[in-house]
Design a protein around this ligand. Sequence first.
Ligand code: SAM
Length: 223
Amino acid sequence: MNREIWTAVDDYFDGALVPPDAALDAALAASEEAGLPRIAVPPNQGKVLWFLARLQGARRILEVGTLGGYSTIWLARALPEDGRLITLEADSGHAAVARGNIEHAGLAKVVDVRLGPALETLPEIAAEGLGPFDMVFIDADKSAGADYFAWAVELSRPGTLIVVDNVVRRGEVVAPGNDDPDVLGVRRLADAVAADPRATGVALQTVGRKGHDGFLMALVEDA
Ligand code: SAM
């Protein structure tokens, strides 16, 4: 098995089940045009996020790591009209592109893009009493995953779903001697989830056009 067949399979199922979408396609085009890195979730995983938010009956969603707002648009579309999504982004250029994409998708009233390092904006969100959130999607610097998880639990209610992207890293997460900060961050995250009596977690590997990676999910049972 290799990336070529994974990509062909993604193309096959996306062709059948994830039709082209003007606002999402425009968000990717504008991100590309602005020179943002191509690290948004792929379309099928964006739709999985939408499914999860729908299944959660989410009314409030928190996202850490906006980039150009691609996953933000998927998630925000799962919200009811009076729902709210707060997304945190450290890079002002990324945040500007995301705001344009979110506006173009007709979601500006639902989505609040907060600029700044998430470890600074998360305490502000807590202080403003904006939680609890029904779903939290963590997709920023992987080295700080355990810190984001701690904040996510802090901003949760019993039943909140926390999803963390890119935890497999082409299998590097189990490579002996790999001390890359992102790999160490994922291992710290897994330890933090395992040790937290308020939550229970699981990780799922994925393959596809973006290679071999995966999600970690945690369900908060006691916040
Ligand atoms: N969720 C996006 C999507 O799928 O469309 C992709 C997010 S991208 C993988 C990660 C983003 O996190 C980048 O835009 C990066 O600038 C942002 N980021 C990195 N470190 C951050 C931090 N400390 N606080 C907030 N955002 C950060």
